[in-house]
Design a protein around this ligand. Structure first.
Ligand code: SAH
Length: 221
């Protein structure tokens, strides 16, 4: 790892309003080293070019950093730990539960959390819809997992009234938004410019309103 890489990552993160300490930037780059190493054996990610990994995995994950709410954060379908691991590095005061149904990915997440000394990360091997957490999560994150309506279904069992669901999407997904069930209220859609990524990105935020489910007439609230 070069000092120039750390400086460059900190500058690019600032463009997403994320202020990285030098230690956090070093940890983020170390995470990519670990991923590249495991990827040789386990095929965890299709992105392998180092610069593409910085943009596509680290910076894209950090794009939601300013929107997290509460202490208990879930990353549903975390894969190799994105966006959960980069956000856990930047928010040591919050507790992150990273969930995936694929065992080898969860093994990597647990390994990376240990190697990086992240004691605010729990790696859980499960299908999200089968989880029964002691208390609901405050924020549920999901990148590249399902449609918004699909996420709404997966997130319900681990959500409570007011839980924030933050979905990482490409172009503004108007058709998916129109199909959102009535118990998930659309809060906003924010277009994000991820430094180094050409693709359009946006963050869709929704809140769980369980009372709105049965008998609710869409558009009439
Ligand atoms: N969020 C990661 C991975 C996206 S791929 C990233 O953006 O890089 C989608 C992941 O969701 C896969 O790893 C898959 O195993 C997981 N997944 C799909 N349905 C799931 C479910 N019902 N519960 C838990 N994980 C699920």
């Amino acid at each position: 790892m070069q000092a120039a890489d750390v400086t460059d990552l900190r500058e690019r993160a600032l463009r997403l309003d994320v202020k990285l300490t030098p230690e956090a930037a070093e940890r983020l780059l170390r995470l990519l080293d670990e991923l590249a190493q495991w990827n040789r054996t386990y095929n965890l990610t299709s992105i392998t070019d180092p610069q593409a990994m910085i943009a596509g995995h680290l910076l894209d994950s950090l794009a939601a950093s300013t929107e997290l709410a509460g202490e208990r954060i879930a990353d549903l379908g975390t894969g190799a730990g994105f966006p959960g691991l980069p956000l856990a590095i930047v928010h040591p005061e919050r507790q992150f539960t990273l969930i995936d149904s694929t065992a080898k990915k969860v093994r990597f997440v647990a390994h990376a959390a240990r190697a990086l000394g992240l004691n605010n990360v729990k790696a859980v091997h499960a299908r999200a819809e089968e989880l029964q957490p002691d208390s609901p999560f405050d924020t549920i994150l999901a990148r590249a997992v399902a449609s918004l309506a699909g996420l709404a279904t997966l997130a319900r069992p681990i959500a409570g009234p007011g839980t924030l669901l933050l979905a990482y999407k490409g172009q503004r997904p108007d058709e998916e938004i129109a199909a959102l069930p009535a118990d998930w209220e659309l809060i906003g859609v924010r277009a994000v410019l991820v430094p180094g990524l050409k693709a359009a990105r946006c963050l869709v935020s929704m809140k769980y309103r369980p009372g709105m489910r049965s008998g609710a007439i869409p558009g009439a609230q």
